[in-house]
Design a protein around this ligand. Sequence first.
Ligand SMILES: Nc1ncnc2c1ncn2[C@@H]1O[C@H](COP(=O)(O)OP(=O)(O)OP(=O)(O)O)[C@@H](O)[C@H]1O
Ligand SMILES: [Mg+2]
Length: 250
Amino acid sequence: MIEARQLSKRYGDMLAVDGVDFSLERGEVVGFLGPNGAGKTTTMRMLTGFLPPSEGTASIAGFDIFNDPIEARRCVGYLPESPPLYPEMSVKSYLSYVAKIKDVSRGERRQAVERSLERCGLVDVRNRVIGTLSKGYRQRVGLAQAIVHEPPVLILDEPTAGLDPLQIQEIRELIAELAAPAKGETQQTVILSTHILAEVEAICRRVILIHQGCKVVDAPLSELTAEGQSLEELFVRETMGRSSAREERA
Ligand SMILES: Nc1ncnc2c1ncn2[C@@H]1O[C@H](COP(=O)(O)OP(=O)(O)OP(=O)(O)O)[C@@H](O)[C@H]1O
Ligand SMILES: [Mg+2]
């Protein structure tokens, strides 16, 4: 469902992402970890077609981001670090607008919007203006716009950053539900970045850890924690002492 092949991104002299390879099957939920500045957001932006790679390529649901960019983007729901919400629009009209630009047909648009409102717990605020919502609710709107066209692939950049514990739990449940849906609904492939390791333990079955632009760990969560080792220990061991070196040099 997601294939990254030698993905690299260079900013001036700095190699922000350095030959990252991975392949995700349908229905996999992967925690994408790494210290600040490791290259997570840069990698996700390349996968979603927002940022051209310096080298390498990727494909989404079999569509290459270079050769079939429109198809590839249609198959992705993306929650960026700071979602580009329109503060003066109502929640419902914004979602309807996103559905339209994601090519949801006119006849299906209303239902798609209703569904994403429901799934993200936004029914009661559907007519509110986005700019007046709390941060947590704006984050939910960000998630709703990522899923409104029911893409097979979800790329979520720190989906629970800044939320209260209750909302974190709700968003986690929603993500888990998207990956293991009720009968008759399609399973989604999810890659999510986070600094909350408990979140990875709660919802992800696989972990990819990047450090200074390179993939350093890619394994099932069960394997990584098999000998009583915590993810925190793994994270520290794999990134220790070097995490901010690049940022300091920059
Ligand atoms: N537009 C840009 N121009 C120059 N350097 C950039 C740009 N965007 C990102 N970088 C650099 O690329 C590196 C990777 O950044 P990125 O945002 O991908 O990290 P991240 O893993 O998402 O970090 P965080 O956990 O803080 O969100 C950093 O050193 C960052 O300063
Ligand atoms: Mg980031």
